[in-house]
Design a protein around this ligand. Structure first.
Ligand code: F3S
Length: 651
C-alpha cells in the first residue's frame, strides 16, 4: 500500500506499530460520533473510565435511530445523551436533526482526519477524503478519552473509475455494481480506495453515497481523493477552510485493482434479502409495490431527494403505493422547503417523515405482510424492516421514484420511454447550504444540563470477571452462515428501548433465531454459541456482544467472523474461536463443550489453538486469532475492566 491515500492518512496518525498489511497499529483519533442506540452505553462506559472531558478534536452525539419518543425510556435516553455530551464536551445533535453521517458530513467531516464512529456506516466520510471507520461504542468511549484506536492495517484495493455515468444511472448503482460483482464478505480487512479519471465525473456528494454503502461489502472503509469538486462542496457548505488536497502518490502500490467503467453502469436493484443480491432493475420490473421509501444515510441528502421531486413534479404517485420521504437531515428538509420542493412532493402524494433512520431499522413504516417495499436504503437483511418475512428491495432514488409513479418496480428508462415529458433529473447541488444545524446542534459551550441526568431505565454497565481457566458448557445454539447483529439483538423499537438496561435487553438475545435461547443461557450459567461463516455481520452494535457476555457465554465457535463483531466480542471478554467445516458440521446444539486446556494460560501464552472436547467423546481444534493487546483484553475480562485498571495504575 505504499503511497496510497489510506497509507498517508494512517501514517499521519500512527502512534503504535508499523504500517504493514495485516499488522496491528494504533492511530490517534481526530473525531468520534455515536448515535442514540450506541451512545448511551458509550457514555456510561466513558463515565466508568473516570475521565472528566473528551480529548478528541470533535466528538459528536446524535439522536437519529429512534427519534419518535413512544415512551419515557426513549426520552430519558435522549436527555441523558444531551447531559453527557454537555458534561464531557461533545456536541449534541437533537432528535430530528438528522442521521449522524449526513449531519456530520454537513458540519464536521474534514479531509485527512480520522473519524471513528459507533455505527458501521461511518465510512460515509470517506467520500470527502476522511478515513471513517465503524466500530463499537466502547472503542468510541476510550478514543474520546484520548486512547489510540487499534486496527489491522487493511489491504488497499484500487477501484479505478473511468468514463461517466449515463442518464438515469447513479452513484447508488456504482456501489450496487460492486456488490453484484463481489459479495457482502469480499471487503473484509480492506479499504476501497477510488482512483482514476472517473472520480472527477462524480460530485463529492455522490462519492459519499458510494463510500457509505462500501460497508455492505464488509470493507473497513472506503476513501476518495479530494479535488476541485471536493473543494467546491466545502465552499457550498460554508467551510472552505476545512478543505485540503489529498491524493495518492503517482506510483502508489495497491494490493488489488478493480476497474469500473461508469459508462456501462445501468440501474440496478438489490433483491431480498441481502444487499449483494443485485440484478438489473429490468429483471424484476413489474412487481407490484405497496411501499416506497426514500431516505437513509445512503440516499437521504437534498441531492438525493431533489431528483425525486423533479420526477414527481405535476405527477401523482400510484394509488396503491404509500410513498414516504425521510430526509437525511433537517437541513436537507429545510432546503427542500425553501426551494419549493416540499409542496410539490406533498401534492404528488408523498408522506413526509421527520429526519430519522426510523424505517431503516424497523422503527416505523413497517411494510404490510406479503408486500413489496422498495427503499433507497443500504440494507435489506430479512426482518430488518420490522416484518419477519419482508420483501425489501434496495435501489437509487430515481428507481424508487419511477416505482412509486407506476406502483410496480420500474426501470426509470422505461418510464421515460412512456412519458414524453420525463427527463432524467441529473445531479444538482443546492445553490448554497443553509440550514437547521445552528439551532439544532448544541455545542459543548452551549450545554443546558447540570451534570448527568439518568432516568430509571438507565442501568449501570455490567463488568465481566477476568477470564477463568476452566471453560465448559453446552453449545446453547447452533446457527447457520451470515447471522447478523440484527439477529443477535434487533434494533427494533420494542427491543432497543432497553439499550441502557442490559439485564432487560439480554432477554431478547438471539430471540429471532430461537425464542428460548436467553432463558436457556441464563439457566445454563455458561456455555458457547456455534455459528457458520461471517458471524456478526451488519451493524457495529456492541450490545450483540455485551448481552451474550451478560448471559454468561464464554465464547463463539464459528467458521468465520465479521470484523467489527469479532473485535466487539474481544472487547467484552468473549473468545472468538474459529473452527473448520467438519467440526462445525459435527457439533450439535446441546452438545457439551469443554476447552481442554487452561483457557487463561492459552490466551496469555499467545498460543493460537485450543483443543475442544465435545460430549467427552471427540476432540477438535479451535483457533484464536488475537494479538498480544487483544489477549490482554480477553484475560482481563474485556476492554472496560482492562482500561479501568490501566487508569487506576496511572498507565
Ligand atoms: Fe441509520 Fe440505517 Fe444508516 S439505521 S445510520 S440510516 S444504515
Amino acid at each position: 500500500m505504499d503511497g496510497t491515500l489510506t497509507e498517508k492518512v494512517l501514517e499521519d496518525h500512527l502512534v503504535d506499530g508499523e504500517i504493514a498489511t495485516g499488522e496491528e497499529i494504533g492511530i490517534t483519533v481526530d473525531q468520534t460520533i455515536a448515535h442514540d442506540l450506541t451512545g448511551t452505553m458509550a457514555w456510561l462506559q466513558f463515565e466508568a473510565l473516570g475521565l472528566d472531558e473528551v480529548q478528541v478534536e470533535v466528538a459528536g452525539q446524535h439522536c437519529d435511530h429512534q427519534t419518535y419518543q413512544p415512551d419515557f425510556k426513549v426520552s430519558d435516553d435522549h436527555r441523558f445523551l444531551r447531559s453527557a455530551a454537555g458534561t464531557f464536551g461533545a456536541y449534541f445533535a437533537r432528535p430530528g436533526t438528522g442521521i449522524l453521517h449526513q449531519v456530520h458530513k454537513e458540519n464536521f467531516t474534514a479531509p485527512g482526519k480520522t473519524l471513528i464512529g459507533a455505527d458501521s456506516h461511518t465510512p460515509t466520510a470517506g467520500g470527502l477524503g476522511c478515513l471513517g471507520i465503524g466500530t463499537g461504542g466502547l472503542d468510541v468511549a476510550t478514543a474520546m478519552g484520548g486512547a489510540p484506536y487499534y486496527l489491522d492495517v487493511p489491504e488497499v484495493v484500487n477501484v479505478r473509475l473511468q468514463g461517466e455515468l449515463p442518464e438515469w444511472s447513479t452513484a447508488k448503482d456504482v456501489i450496487l455494481e460492486l456488490l453484484r460483482r463481489f459479495s457482502v464478505k469480499h471487503g473484509v480487512g480492506k479499504v476501497f480506495e477510488y482512483t482514476g479519471p472517473g472520480v472527477k465525473a462524480l460530485s463529492a456528494h455522490e462519492r459519499t453515497v458510494i463510500a457509505n454503502m462500501g460497508t455492505e461489502l464488509g470493507a473497513t472503509s472506503s476513501v476518495f481523493p479530494t479535488d476541485e469538486r471536493t473543494k467546491e462542496f466545502f465552499e457550498r457548505l460554508g467551510r472552505p477552510e476545512d478543505y485540503v488536497e489529498l491524493t495518492p502518490d503517482d506510483d502508489a502500490e495497491y494490493d488489488d485493482e478493480v476497474v469500473v467503467d461508469l459508462s456501462e453502469i445501468e440501474p440496478l436493484i438489490a433483491c431480498p434479502s441481502m444487499p449483494d443480491n443485485v440484478v438489473p432493475v429490468r429483471d424484476v420490473a413489474g412487481k407490484e409495490t405497496e411501499q416506497v421509501l426514500v431516505g437513509s444515510c445512503t440516499n437521504g441528502a437534498y441531492e438525493d431527494i431533489l431528483p425525486v421531486a423533479k420526477m414527481f413534479q405535476d405527477r401523482e404517485v400510484a394509488k396503491r403505493t404509500e410513498t414516504i420521504i425521510a430526509p437525511g437531515s433537517k437541513q436537507a428538509a429545510e432546503m427542500l422547503a425553501r426551494n419549493g420542493f416540499t409542496a410539490e412532493l406533498m401534492a404528488a402524494g408523498v408522506n413526509f417523515s421527520e429526519a430519522t433512520c426510523g424505517a431503516c431499522i424497523g422503527a416505523g413504516h413497517v411494510p404490510a405482510s406479503d408486500t413489496v417495499s422498495v427503499r433507497t436504503f443500504n440494507r435489506n437483511f430479512e426482518g430488518r424492516s420490522g416484518m419477519e418475512d419482508d420483501v425489501v428491495y434496495l435501489c437509487s432514488p430515481e428507481v424508487a421514484a419511477a416505482t412509486a409513479l407506476r406502483g410496480e418496480i420500474t426501470d426509470p428508462r422505461d418510464l421515460a420511454d412512456d412519458l414524453d415529458d420525463l427527463e432524467a433529473p441529473g445531479f444538482e447541488y443546492p445553490e448554497r447550504y443553509i440550514g437547521a444545524s445552528e439551532s439544532d446542534i448544541i455545542m459543548p459551550e452551549q450545554a443546558v444540563d447540570d451534570g448527568l441526568v439518568k432516568g430509571p431505565n438507565i442501568d449501570e454497565v455490567p463488568l465481566k470477571d477476568p477470564l477463568g481457566s476452566d471453560l465448559a458448557g453446552p453449545a446453547l445454539l447452533k446457527m447457520p452462515d451470515n447471522i447478523t447483529t440484527d439477529h443477535i439483538i434487533p434494533a427494533t423499537q420494542e427491543v432497543s428501548v432497553y439499550r441502557s438496561n442490559v439485564p432487560k435487553l439480554s432477554e431478547f438475545t438471539l430471540k429471532r433465531v430461537d425464542e428460548t435461547f436467553a432463558a436457556r443461557a441464563a439457566e445454563a450459567d455458561g456455555g458457547f454459541l456455534v455459528a457458520g461463516e461471517n458471524y456478526g455481520q451488519g451493524s457495529s452494535r456492541e450490545h450483540a456482544a455485551l448481552c451474550p457476555m451478560y448471559l454468561g457465554i464464554h465464547g463463539v465457535l464459528a467458521r468465520s467472523f465479521a470484523r467489527i463483531h469479532k473485535s466487539n466480542l474481544i472487547n467484552f471478554g468473549l473468545l472468538p474461536l474459529t473452527i473448520d467445516e467438519e467440526t462445525y458440521e459435527n457439533i450439535e446444539q446441546g452438545d457439551d463443550i469443554e476447552l481442554v486446556d487452561d483457557a487463561l494460560a492459552v490466551v496469555e501464552s499467545g498460543q493460537q489453538t485450543f483443543t475442544v472436547r465435545v460430549n467427552n467423546s471427540w476432540e477438535a481444534n479451535a483457533h484464536l486469532d488475537a494479538n498480544e493487546r487483544e489477549r490482554e483484553l480477553l484475560a482481563a475480562g474485556g476492554k472496560l475492566p482492562h482500561t479501568r485498571r490501566e487508569f487506576a495504575d496511572g498507565v
